[in-house]
Design a binder for this molecule. Sequence first.
Ligand SMILES: NC(=O)c1ccc[n+]([C@@H]2O[C@H](COP(=O)([O-])OP(=O)(O)OC[C@H]3O[C@@H](n4cnc5c(N)ncnc54)[C@H](O)[C@@H]3O)[C@@H](O)[C@H]2O)c1
Ligand SMILES: O=C(O)C(=O)C[C@]1(C(=O)O)C=C[C@@H](O)C=C1
Length: 361
Amino acid sequence: MRTALVIGTGLIGTSAALALVGRGVRVHLADRDPEQARTAVALGAGTDEAPEGPVDLALVAAPPAHVAGVLADAMRRGVARGYLDVASVKGAPRRELEALGLDLSHYIGSHPMSGREKSGPLAASADLFEGRPWVLTPTRDTDTEVLNLALELVSHCRAVPVVMDADAHDRAVALVSHMPQLVSSTVAARLEHAEEAAVRLCGQGIRDVTRIAASEPQMWIDILSANPGPVADLLTDVAADLDETARALRALRSAEGAEREEGGARVRDVLRRGNAGRVRVPGKHGSAPRAYEVVAVLIDDQPGQLARIFADAGTAGVNIEDVRIEHATGRQAGLVQLMVEPRAVPVLTAALRERGWALRQ
Ligand SMILES: NC(=O)c1ccc[n+]([C@@H]2O[C@H](COP(=O)([O-])OP(=O)(O)OC[C@H]3O[C@@H](n4cnc5c(N)ncnc54)[C@H](O)[C@@H]3O)[C@@H](O)[C@H]2O)c1
Ligand SMILES: O=C(O)C(=O)C[C@]1(C(=O)O)C=C[C@@H](O)C=C1
């Protein structure tokens, strides 16, 4: 692929554009809001000049409700050899395009399983898709050259291609993305009017559970409107589990020993099932999750602290697998949790101590 046109230069469009530019592709950027495209240009994601002729691949990264309209317009103008969208739902946009009577042999619906709770080009990064599944939904009518262009895009973004049927994709993401979004939002909603004395105690647990509750509501209304049935069914199942757990907890207060025991067993069961489900979540690069050890370092909240820790770890020959930062409420300090291979713990701990870092358990 030598040229591409990205339409919709928000988080996903700009991230893909940055990855393509990094692999030597000439990328043209367009957005309904020219300011967004200019920001993406300033980030080095390509040019906002219109291409002179058809590009190799047009990538539509507009909100789901706009995808079919934007694709139809681009196809009618013949701006590219192949067309691809990245919307989080796949059945509805395809059906909308079919209803418009367009030839879809040069189109592939796709969905990178990677994103953030933040929108817009400033949240973009070239490595957003690295190691993540990127679903492609070709049909038997899809042109082979277009499938190859899509595979090249996925490879340039260092993602892992997964071929699926559009409706099977929508059922799967109802479970692993759409229902969890609503559960996260529902948990975070409990905090809206909570007392300050409780909220200031927020630790890592609630941060993990509610991160995606910060996502853009309009984007999620689009996504959920295009996949309501499967998500509603799953929410009904979750609600039944919650209901059952609430009843089990109330049984723990019973005067009857047998009832308390039964309640305890049911609470234990939901926690056990949670453990069993969590084990099935793949690790960073799609493999089984690895058991990393945590080395925790207390830092002042000052520029350059993280870079120094990483540099010190690098000098000690230690690879940081993952990192989390917990900011201390009301203090200019934070706890950095460095995830490393168990055998790297003594080396890293000694190296950081030697360089004066304050380690914590
Ligand atoms: N956010 C995620 O985590 C995530 C992950 C995977 C896929 N997606 C999908 O990627 C797409 C983009 O999401 P995002 O998070 O980058 O959103 P975003 O809000 O960051 O960016 C969307 C961009 O599209 C532009 N836009 C809106 N209507 C347009 C139109 N008619 N023509 C051209 N541009 C238009 C907006 O101005 C904005 O710049 C969505 O379809 C979403 O479902 C999102
Ligand atoms: O991690 C996040 O913040 C996401 O928004 C990621 C996430 C997801 O549910 O995994 C959200 C929606 C997209 O369609 C794809 C990815």
